[in-house]
Design a protein around this ligand. Structure first.
Ligand SMILES: Cc1ncc(COP(=O)(O)O)c(C=O)c1O
Length: 433
């Protein structure tokens, strides 16, 4: 049966961005007959024993106490489970001196859902027929933003400025404030900090500047802190979370070891929180209360924030060091490769300038030597202009073991050399002919 789809139906029934590539990866792994792959595509966080134990202990406490029936056998408020809201309120008050009331906080089933609510409450068509855009101030950014808008063409991403360190083969994306512009057509602003896929952390000054540009227009700015402090604290460079005014601080407990429980948290202006809460009530009522109850315990005791800094952050930071050391050792000095500065998150991002054949071709070559990465082109949702850079990057997950990273990146260096050589040969043959 082929039912007729609405415009929304059409938009939502297609896989976007990296999810479409994941399908190819799953098929590759399933079809592998005896070939072993090192999979550097994973977005799933590593199961870290200390973190798993924390969640196991919180679950055991919940199971043993009288709260269990209240949590699992009952519906609750759409805003979230009260003990979790209180835990967040008190933790953020103690940590950042914020004067929050429960009306500043919303719990959602994962932060992806939160961006879906925000994207469609503030982006799309207004009742007067005008179009309001969701602006991503710095592209590339999280591929999942590509799937959150019901109305096609709502995202608008800005090409960044490249801050290059040619001698060290490093670079960093920076927002290009000479281009970035908000106006009456801007519905909301959204970016990840630290960023998936690049590990970039927008500086405090850059965030302040973005917020100040959006503020006079009453445009909310959603800061996706899925990798930010206080949990999972996957920033390797100092950063100050920012709050207040038009800023909505958005957290996720997924990278703090609870991706299956689906917990996102928004902290911001009560009027904006109210809009998102109603959207949530209409869509799915509320997030699972079991996950919220164990999260409340881990936040109240301080154990989650402590483990984030003492265990989760050092784990991924060490992996980033392995990536840097291996690439510095294996990649030739004379090729134009640039690793994005590893400032946070669970990925490394490699730019291969003028890459012959593009990122998809490199992805295919790497599969042949048993290495899977994610081609970078799907991390530029909303970017409207042509930019060859979008076909010159790959994302490398830091979820592998040290040995896997070293082996895979050594193979990658060999493949990259071959690809540039073939490109140069094809070029000179072309010129000769
Ligand atoms: C930057 C970023 N934002 C949001 C999400 C969605 O996370 P969740 O819905 O599990 O909270 C992810 C997941 O990988 C992410 O990387």
């Amino acid at each position: 049966m082929e039912p007729a789809l609405t415009e929304f139906g059409n938009q939502m029934s297609h896989l976007t961005g990296v999810r479409a590539i994941m399908k190819d990866i799953v098929e590759t792994l399933q079809a592998a007959q005896g070939q072993e792959f090192i999979n550097l595509s994973a977005g799933n966080p590593v199961i870290i024993p200390e973190v798993e134990s924390l969640w196991r202990e919180c679950t055991a406490e919940l199971l043993a106490g009288p709260e269990y029936g209240e949590v699992v056998c009952r519906y609750g408020s759409s805003q979230g489970y009260q003990p979790l809201i209180e835990a967040v309120q008190q933790d953020f008050q103690r940590r950042y001196g914020l004067q929050l009331t429960p009306r500043h906080i919303l719990i959602t089933p994962g932060s992806q859902a939160l961006y879906f609510f925000a994207a469609n409450a503030f982006g799309g068509c207004t009742s007067s027929g005008a179009r309001r855009r969701i602006v991503l101030p710095l592209s590339p950014d999280y591929t999942g933003y590509g799937g959150v808008c019901l109305v096609p063409g709502t995202l608008l991403a800005y090409q960044p400025f490249l801050d290059l360190d040619e001698t060290r083969h490093r670079f960093k994306y920076r927002p290009d404030f000479s281009q970035l512009q908000f106006d009456e057509h801007t519905g909301c602003v959204l970016f990840s900090r630290p960023c998936n896929p690049t590990g970039n952390v927008l500086t405090d000054e850059e965030v302040t500047k973005i917020a100040a540009l959006a503020s006079p227009l009453q445009v909310p700015v959603f800061i996706d802190s899925a990798y930010g402090p206080p949990f999972p604290a996957l920033n390797f460079t100092p950063m100050t979370p920012q709050f207040g005014g038009n800023l909505i601080h958005c957290l996720s407990l997924s990278k703090a070891g609870l991706p299956g429980e689906r917990i996102g948290i928004a902290i911001g202006d009560p009027q904006i929180i109210q809009v998102l809460e109603s959207f949530q009530t209409n869509l799915c009522i509320h997030s699972s209360r079991y996950g919220q109850a164990i999260a409340a315990r881990a936040i109240t005791s301080g154990a989650l924030a402590d483990l984030s800094v003492q265990v989760i952050r050092p784990h991924y930071q060490r992996k980033m060091a392995v990536v840097e050391a291996t690439l510095d050792r294996c990649m030739p000095q004379d090729l134009p490769w640039f690793l994005h500065r590893g400032e946070g998150a669970i990925f490394a991002w490699l730019w291969l300038q003028d890459l012959p054949g593009g990122d998809w071709n490199l992805y295919q070559h790497l599969k042949q030597v048993g290495v899977i990465v994610v081609p970078g082109h799907s991390f530029f949702p909303g970017l409207e202009q042509e930019w060859s850079h979008t076909q010159e990057c790959i994302r490398i997950s830091l979820t592998a073991t040290d040995e896997e990273l070293e082996t895979a990146l050594t193979r990658l260096a060999q493949v990259v050399v071959q690809v540039y050589k073939q490109g140069a040969a094809a070029n000179s043959a072309g010129h000769g002919g």
